[in-house]
Design a protein around this ligand. Structure first.
Ligand code: NAI
Ligand code: MG
Length: 500
């Protein structure tokens, strides 16, 4: 087969190219600048393997400068004390600006991460709506009056936490930045954001939008760099009041240990190994199988909520496996700019090697490969991998227990509902799950029995800003989005007044 040049047909818009040419900056106190040490790292397009931009590696001093800027901005109240209506108006404006520039920002995330442009577009709209949702919250957070005893008047207020260090992963670069910054600002905090080193670009676009829309300098700062240096310096900084992290469970644990030294407040959104349960009364099997494949292969499987364990009733097992394998084989793998691409490359060579490692592990453990298993042959460059399906997976296998973060589906079978629930819960994670059945009693029974922060019934992967999101078990601490974001980004003060 002749090798396909993945850059054929790619036509980078002029504004996106201009952005890439100037993307090598940190943003501290409203000023775009290089890192103090002068060191840089490259970010790469995982489809073409071309370097997109050279990014400054923030040192401990740069992180300190960013934290001090955020602290000054917090203490002098340049954002916190703005009238609520004005803050809300700015955040609504941010939402509109994101929507207006969505095509271009989607290009940036597509190039930096590899995802199809149409998928990135959906994320841009979700990010715009995230700012709008939290804009609506600005004037709706207040405390209580608490009756205690005669001669005492007690009330509570909800205040911002202060300086929020926010560390995000590479799977949804722009959307994760929005999920972090929108609630933090809505509730009056200031932030220092550190994007993942694999996808540093689109966060800069957001920080520029914030400035254009009227967020004062120093309120939202951007540092770039690898986790072990820049991320670790942010987590260890004594003037940070709160760390919000999304990423691996391993690093989440490290962050919690490190945060203990300063008693930083911590919210963590970590990994998953989400079960997708199909009962015999699920309805049209070929439709459900297609949805199950999409639940695992969307975003190349680089999704914390990915439905990576398909747990199927034995009576429909063979048909489901056949249909899922068919859907996997039919998934068009290619560069994000091609209209017919359903799945892009993995984010990096490191991630590709990690996922291939899991494919070898699964085969070695005796799981049966029924689709994919390797890289597509037509591309001579790029970190592409074919959607891969393993059948005959049992709980003891690592492929049933560990987060792969790639397009690899593990199929397990059950004989009855109790066994299905036991299999679903027999992992250390508890981020998400789904149940497919037309029996309304069973749907609610199983949803109630599954230990996960989100359960879908007859659908998969849906999230929306008004719905709180987070993990049970080792999938995290705290909730993002929805009304519970108030807990993550405010703290309660009780005031006692002697009236006699
Ligand atoms: P990671 O957890 O190392 O990276 C996530 C973020 O944490 C990045 O911004 C990184 O720079 C930062 N970071 C890393 N080490 C740090 C440290 N010591 N202190 C402070 N910040 C630090 O994830 P990685 O290595 O890129 O991917 C490894 C695995 O993690 C994946 O295969 C996947 O299983 C899981 N993962 C889960 C994500 C999720 O959304 N739940 C997102 C990304 C990765
Ligand atoms: Mg990159």
């Amino acid at each position: 087969m002749a090798a396909v040049d993945v850059t054929t047909g790619r036509d980078i818009p002029a504004d996106v190219q201009d952005f890439l040419d100037g993307a090598g900056v940190l943003v501290i106190d409203g000023e775009e600048r290089a890192a103090s040490g002068g060191a840089t790292f490259d970010t790469v397009d995982p489809a073409s393997e071309e370097v997109l931009a050279s990014i400054p590696q923030a040192t401990e001093d740069d992180v300190d400068a960013a934290v001090q800027a955020a602290k000054r901005a917090h203490l002098d109240g340049r954002w916190r004390t703005l009238p609520a209506a004005k803050k809300a108006r700015i955040l609504f404006k941010v939402g509109d600006a994101i929507q207006k520039q969505a095509e271009s920002i989607a290009w940036v995330d597509m190039l930096d991460h590899g995802k199809p442009h149409k998928h990135a577009m959906g994320e841009m709209i979700a990010a715009a709506n995230c700012f709008r949702y939290f804009a609506g919250w600005v004037d709706k957070v207040y405390g209580d009056t608490i009756p205690v005893r005669d001669g005492r008047f007690v009330y509570s207020t909800r205040e911002p936490v202060g300086v929020c260090g926010q560390i995000i992963p590479w799977n949804f670069p722009f959307l994760m930045a929005a999920w972090k910054i929108a609630p933090a600002l809505a509730f009056g905090n200031t932030v220092v954001l550190k994007p993942a080193e694999q996808t540093p670009l689109s966060a800069l676009w957001l920080i520029r939008i914030l400035k254009e829309c009227g967020v004062p300098d120093g309120v939202a700062n951007l540092v770039q760099g690898v986790g072990e240096v820049t991320g670790a310096a942010l987590v260890a900084h004594p003037d940070v009041d709160k760390i919000a992290f999304t990423g691996s469970t391993e690093v989440g644990k490290m962050i919690m240990r490190s945060a203990a030294d300063n008693l930083h407040k911590v919210t963590l959104e970590l990994g998953g190994k989400s079960p997708n349960l199909i009962f015999p009364d699920a309805g049209d099997i070929s439709r459900v199988a297609k949805k199950a494949a999409f639940a695992c292969f969307y975003n190349a499987g680089e999704v914390c909520t990915a439905g990576t364990r398909l747990v199927v009733d034995r009576s429909i097992h063979d048909e489901v496996v056949e249909q899922v394998a068919k859907a996997a084989d039919a998934t068009k793998v290619g560069p994000g700019w091609a209209d017919d691409t359903a799945m892009g490359p993995l984010v990096s060579d490191e991630q590709l090697q990690r996922v291939k490692g899991y494919i070898d592990i699964a085969s070695g453990e005796g799981a049966e490969l029924v689709a994919g298993g390797g890289q597509p042959e037509e591309y001579e460059k790029g970190f592409f991998l074919r959607p891969t399906v393993f059948d005959g997976v049992v709980t003891e296998m690592r492929i049933a227990q560990e987060e792969v973060f790639g397009p690899v589906l593990a199929i397990q079978s059950f004989d009855d509902e109790d066994e299905a629930i036991a299999l679903a819960n027999d992992v250390s994670f508890g981020l998400a799950a789904a149940v497919w059945t037309r029996d309304v009693g069973r749907a609610h029974r199983v949803a109630g029995a599954i230990k996960a922060g989100t359960v879908w019934v007859n659908t998969y992967g849906e999230l929306d800003n008004p719905v709180s999101f987070g993990g049970f078990k080792q999938s995290g601490i705290g909730r993002e989005l929805g009304p519970h974001a108030v807990e993550a980004y405010t703290q309660v003060k009780s005031v006692w007044v002697a009236t006699s």
